[in-house]
Write a protein that binds this ligand. Structure first.
Ligand code: FES
Length: 169
């Protein structure tokens, strides 16, 4: 068996190549993970979150629906609470509006004493109609977002991620 001596130059080459490769892999891995993350998401994972609101109990009067779910950010899991104002329109379709004011993000309320049948934002007196349309002349410059809705097999309301309001023409 022949003994091959490793020269100082070769040793440095091997070491630097190894360390450089390790560092490059450390930088590339997050990028690759970011690129393929949607593919790795399990098919059964749904964007619709369950609520405790029975759909057949909804009326034309908006009710506040609070719902909680677990959110995972990398290794960190937290509990998120969200709210929707939910009612049925004249066709019986479920409408779920985000309560986040489009001016500076305060929370709107329905049917305040001074503003019947409207959503009212107490921060800067913003007003919205029942379909989420912002009332001209008040601070908000856009309508409230809407949640996509679904109904679970046992009749409970499921809410997706808020989207731009498609009810306001
Ligand atoms: S945050 Fe709602 S009116 Fe300003």
């Amino acid at each position: 068996m022949s003994k091959q001596r490793v020269s100082r130059r070769q040793f440095l080459n091997y070491t630097l190549t190894g360390v450089g490769g390790f560092m490059a892999a450390g930088m590339l891995m997050p990028m690759v993970r970011f690129a393929v993350d949607p593919v790795l998401k399990s098919a059964g994972e749904s964007d619709f979150k369950p609520t405790s609101q029975k759909v057949d109990e909804l009326t034309a009067e908006p009710v506040r629906v609070d719902f909680k779910y677990e959110q995972k950010d990398a290794w960190y899991t937290s509990e998120v609470t969200q709210t929707a104002w939910v009612y049925k329109d004249e066709k019986g379709e479920v409408i779920a509006l985000s309560p986040i004011c489009k001016h500076l993000g305060c929370t709107v309320n329905w049917n305040n004493e001074d503003h019947p049948n409207q959503f009212f934002c107490p921060c800067h007196l913003g007003l919205y109609e029942k379909n989420g349309a912002n009332v001209p002349g008040t601070p908000p410059l856009g309508p409230l977002d809407v949640y996509p809705t679904e109904v679970s097999e046992d009749g409970y309301l499921l809410l997706g991620k808020p989207q731009p309001n498609n009810l306001v023409k």
